[in-house]
Design a protein around this ligand. Structure first.
Ligand code: HEM
Length: 159
């Protein structure tokens, strides 16, 4: 069950980054790239929807493997809160976007693009914290038993 989270997180990460980059290309590239606005709205919407299973499986992963210490628990809390914040941010952006769909979107408001770019940075931070949980703190990792006569690997002490 805990392995579902690492499998599903790549979808919101890839789709949200793709959607935001497509919108930025549209904004910078001008009318020649107006088709990028369509990629932007669909990519961002799909990324937002894929956040739901990512969050659901993240909560499951945390239920099945509690944090080994307070430092790791703090990282998980940050990872989780940023995820909720991101869900709300892109939820608002996408609701506005679909609502304004009939209007001329050739010039996306700077406020939208700024918030979306901040959201994209937040996606990267969430992924980086997730990677730290796994590759530095061993969350979600099951080591094979150490063979007799071989010393166990040293525990990581870094943040
Ligand atoms: C309530 C929300 C969430 C919780 C409680 C949560 C919890 C966790 C936990 C416990 C881990 C380490 C163990 C494991 O992989 O099973 C992890 C890893 C990770 N999480 Fe989350 N997560 C949440 C949402 C998200 C979201 C929305 C994303 C992506 C946008 C994400 C991206 C990642 C990534 C990239 C990893 C590293 C996976 C790997 O390399 O194996 N998480 N998360």
């Amino acid at each position: 069950m805990a392995t579902l989270h690492p499998m599903l997180v790549h979808f919101p990460i890839a789709l949200l980054l793709f959607g935001v980059i497509a919108d930025l290309v549209r904004a910078v590239g001008g009318d020649r790239y107006s088709w990028c606005a369509t990629l932007g709205i669909w990519g961002t919407t799909a990324g937002l929807l894929m956040m739901l299973p990512a969050i659901g499986t993240g909560l499951l992963a945390h239920t099945f493997q509690p944090a080994p210490d307070l430092q790791v628990q703090d990282l998980i809390n940050l990872h989780e809160r940023l995820s909720y914040g991101l869900l709300i941010l892109f939820g608002v952006l996408i609701a506005w976007r679909w609502d304004a769909r009939g209007d001329d979107q050739s010039a996306m408001p700077v406020a939208y693009l700024t918030c979306a770019a901040l959201g994209a940075i937040c996606v990267i931070v969430i992924g980086a914290i997730g990677g730290r949980l796994v590759y530095r703190h061993g969350m979600g990792v099951t080591l094979p038993p150490t063979p007799p006569g071989v010393s166990a690997p040293a525990e990581s002490t870094g943040p």
